[in-house]
Design a binder for this molecule. Structure first.
Ligand SMILES: Cc1cc2nc3c(=O)[nH]c(=O)nc-3n(C[C@H](O)[C@H](O)[C@H](O)COP(=O)(O)OP(=O)(O)OC[C@H]3O[C@@H](n4cnc5c(N)ncnc54)[C@H](O)[C@@H]3O)c2cc1C
Length: 369
């Protein structure tokens, strides 16, 4: 028996939510993180009074009322609604594809006109057996939208040509025949007022947190500190890559404070969809919170290849990696005192609401409560 019931490795959303649930039930938890801050990838940093999304734009959205209620225990959420603009060589389009997009692209005004145009565009490209992402996208939305709004962005994101990418990456491309610009369909959406770091700090209130500690380097001393370990880092790294390395896509962020610009782009997120622009997006952080103060902070987001040591952002869930992940799960099954959770432990892309939902489910399974 250790000093704690749970050692939780990772002070990100999963670790913080698990620690909260366990602490509320009377368990004693210790949370550690190797970064110098809490909140993992949802971390926001105060730069001249603006909450900067340090690891990429984060918008909380969910259709799950239980998850929404849990999230709202720790902060009030603002009314931010994600409306994304696509910039193709200076032409601006609305995302996701909706009547504003079709009006700009083809001059159509009514849903019936847009539907007729979409049918005309896809008529010659329709296929039930797309050989690659390009064929799949053309079959779904036709050449005009594909060439201006999908091709360049997707190729930059994945670092390879759309004809070399598997079709399954784009299962569907949502098309709305309304003038609804809301990027998400979920019922609940917003950003925690005061930023995500404050939200996670509130989730962790009263729980011991130690930062700047890498579990894998301190395994000896931490080994017996708790009855059970909840590990939210990379599962292959935990096992020292014994079975091989799981692969990811990474991102590089270039952030700058512009003291003399109060509004750089009039929107939180602008996607650059042409192949000539090397970055995929520009974020202007003050717009996530309707900021009106002096100066602004912008971030250029560049997709990047990943190698061990880089920040692993998106798992590459192809057959090879999924198979390897299953082998690590088998190893984990035999390891009685550790449970893997979160986006890295499960080698799965989780939105924040998925992370909370998965955490609640795991917590029930592990504690029976
Ligand atoms: C670019 C990007 C944009 C996103 N945008 C959205 C969005 O708009 N909306 C949305 O709902 N979701 C979004 N997400 C998803 C969201 O980031 C995740 O759901 C969430 O961060 C998952 O939390 P986690 O705790 O599982 O992982 P993490 O936040 O990665 O936390 C894991 C923590 O474990 C720590 N750790 C790892 N190994 C060790 C070790 N050996 N010792 C000590 N500590 C360790 C890490 O330092 C890290 O802090 C986005 C993700 C990305 C990549």
């Amino acid at each position: 028996m250790g000093e704690f019931d749970f050692l939780i490795v990772g002070a990100g959303l999963y670790g913080a939510a698990f620690a909260r649930l366990a602490t509320d039930d009377g368990y004693k938890c210790l949370v550690i993180d190797r970064r110098p801050h809490i909140a993992g990838n949802v971390y926001t940093e105060d730069v001249h009074g603006i909450n900067v999304h340090k690891y990429g734009a984060h918008i909380f959205h969910t259709g799950n009322k239980e998850v929404w209620d849990f999230a709202n225990r720790f902060a009030e959420f603002n009314r931010y609604t994600n409306t994304v603009i696509a910039n193709y060589k200076g032409e601006l389009y609305s995302l996701p594809f909706n009547m504003y997009t079709f009006n700009k692209m083809w001059g159509v005004v009514t849903p019936a006109e847009a539907k007729a145009k979409l049918d005309e565009q896809t008529a010659s490209c329709r296929t039930d057996d797309p050989k690659n992402l390009e064929e799949q996208a053309l079959s779904l939305i036709g050449p005009d939208i594909y060439n201006k709004l999908v091709k360049g962005y997707t190729e930059k994101q994945w670092g390879r040509s759309a004809t070399e990418l598997p079709a399954f990456i784009i299962n569907r491309l949502p098309v709305r025949l309304t003038y609804d610009n809301n990027y998400f369909d979920d019922r609940y959406q917003g950003i925690p007022i005061g930023g995500y770091t404050k939200w996670i700090a509130s989730m962790l209130e009263g729980i011991e947190v130690r930062l700047g500690i890498d579990y894998l380097k301190e395994k000896e001393s931490l080994g017996n500190i708790a009855t059970k370990t909840i590990y939210t880092g990379m599962i292959d790294e935990y096992y020292n890559y014994t079975l091989g390395k799981l692969e990811y896509r990474s991102l590089r962020f270039e952030t700058e404070y512009l003291p003399d610009t109060d509004d750089f782009q009039g929107n939180a997120v602008v996607n650059y969809t042409d192949s000539g622009t090397p970055f995929t997006r520009i974020l202007e952080h003050k717009h996530f919170e309707f900021g009106t103060g002096k100066g602004t902070v912008i971030t250029h987001e560049y997709p990047a290849e990943w190698k061990v040591g880089d920040e692993p952002y998106y798992p590459l869930n192809n057959d090879k990696n999924n198979g390897l992940y299953q082998k690590y799960r088998e190893l984990a099954k035999a390891d009685g005192n550790v449970e893997f959770g979160g986006r890295l432990g499960n080698y799965k892309y989780y939105d924040m609401d998925d992370t909370i939902a998965a955490c609640k489910e795991d917590y029930k399974r592990i504690t029976g409560k």
